[in-house]
Design a protein around this ligand. Structure first.
Ligand code: IMP
Length: 434
């Protein structure tokens, strides 16, 4: 069994916790896209871990963590993360595999990211300034430098020449004090010495692992609505966080995917700019932000908060072929008298049931809400479905109806154990096997 865990909204859905929960049933956890713009938060024994690049499976001894070719890798960010893990006694040696085809993020990518945002002015995307977009631009523009290029014994164009050309292009674009290419290159040479033992062909590694009967969990970063193709373009990240990204980002065929879990909050959040139809700009939004501690794991920015948007999650269900939902942060809704679920958008006299591609339409359309009663008894820490208040169960079941996807996992708190796995779902079988 190989499964995908990905975000069904705009990222920050709680994928880290779900991956962490499922990891004991899998011996491999593989990232297939994004970079250190992601921030997967996991709480174990009350201790908080924020993982940006290395899959959250690293917190489970014996799990192999894979960084696929679809990821863009900043070596310095990786080394910092490894150092932080070592401080708490987590060793990565022998457990980390990095694709030789993954593209590198270099200092000029970070500068170009900031520059591009300044150029966009009012229409800025609100990127994480980590150089993600420019690194993918260079990949698609066929100028990028891949991890494996650093160790290529017979390069067509030496890496030093490519760095020199890229830095010269950066200097022409940005002006100001020119960047010297030599330190950038020297840093890469040093980085290669450290990276070398972990680097290999990930597609071959995963094929061998499958033949050996090992099970892989594919971990998505960001979310469906931030996907470069299926998200709210141009207010998106530069990679495919949707299920299709697994095949291209790891070098596996569609048959290597047996199930897809879409992680979604019991409400909606978004960090950065771009449309968000159910955003609440008044007190209720602030209340959700406080109750859910909705501040970015990577940048610390306050997240925009709003009601659950079933149009968004239905879109995610379709483009990813979701088998089940993992519904997180139910406890954040504790104490709300009335809850709302957006089931469609009103555009003039039309009702839209699918998320439109045109952002003008998204901006003009009004959410259509259903109201449900909230629950008086807190659900924080409840670990049994039957012990949830009837109103909570009604809310969950309504979400299942309007999205068309069963909510197999419910999360009622940040700890690994504050989780309900619903009876009758395949997920239960996967967990028990672990
Ligand atoms: P970039 O990925 O840094 O280029 O940022 C593009 C957009 O994606 C911005 O709106 C970011 O806030 C958003 N974004 C990137 N990574 C994450 C994430 O892990 N969670 C939530 N939003 C993200």
């Amino acid at each position: 069994m190989n499964i995908v865990v990905l975000g069904a909204q705009w990222g920050d859905e709680g994928k880290g916790k779900i991956v962490d929960l499922l990891t004991p049933s899998f011996s491999i956890v593989a990232r297939y896209q994004g970079g250190h713009n992601a921030g997967h938060t996991v709480y174990v024994g009350g201790r908080k871990f924020v993982l940006r690049l290395i899959p959250s499976g690293i917190l489970h001894p014996g799990t192999t963590c894979v960084i696929g070719n679809g990821v863009v890798l900043d070596p310095q960010a990786l080394f910092e993360e490894i150092a932080q893990l070592r401080e708490v006694g987590v060793e990565v040696d022998g457990r980390l595999v990095i694709s030789d085809r993954a593209h590198l993020i270099l200092p000029y990518h970070r500068e170009r990211d900031v520059f591009a945002e300044t150029q966009r002015g009012e229409r800025k995307i609100g990127t994480t300034s980590r150089g993600i977009g420019p690194a993918y631009e260079d990949k698609i523009g066929r100028r990028g430098i891949r991890v494996g290029d650093l160790g290529d014994p017979c390069p067509t164009v030496p890496v030093a020449d490519r760095v020199r050309e890229q830095v010269a292009a950066r200097n022409r674009l940005l002006g100001g004090t020119p960047l010297a290419w030599e330190p950038v290159y020297e840093q890469l040479v040093t980085a290669w010495e450290r990276l070398r033992p972990w680097v290999r062909d990930v597609s071959v590694f995963l094929a061998e692992a499958r033949r050996a009967g090992r099970h892989a969990l594919y971990e998505g970063a960001q979310g469906t609505m931030l996907d470069i193709d299926h998200g709210t373009y141009p207010y998106v990240t530069s990679s495919n966080g949707t299920a299709g990204g697994v095949c291209t980002g790891l070098g596996v065929g569609p048959g290597a995917i047996d199930g897809v879990i879409g992680v979604t909050k019991a409400y909606t959040t978004r960090v950065g700019d771009g449309p968000m139809p159910t955003e609440l700009l008044e007190d209720t939004g602030e209340r959700l932000r406080k109750a859910g501690n909705e501040f970015g794991a990577v940048t610390g920015r306050p997240r925009r908060c709003g009601w659950f948007d079933a149009v968004v999650v239905r879109h995610a269900a379709r483009v990813n072929g979701l088998d089940v939902l993992a519904l997180t942060k139910l406890d954040v809704l504790d104490g709300f008298e009335i809850l709302r679920i957006c089931t469609g958008y009103r555009l003039g006299d039309r009702t839209l049931t699918e998320f439109p591609a045109q952002l003008g339409i998204v901006a003009t359309a009004e959410p259509i809400y259903e109201e449900l009663p909230g629950w008086a008894m807190p659900v924080a820490g409840v670990r049994d479905y039957a012990a949830l208040p009837v109103e909570t169960r009604r809310y969950v079941e309504r979400i299942e109806t309007v999205t068309g996807v069963p909510a197999a996992i419910l999360s009622t708190g940040s700890d690994r154990h504050d989780t309900i796995v619903r009876e009758g779902s395949d997920i239960g079988a996967w967990l028990r096997r672990g």
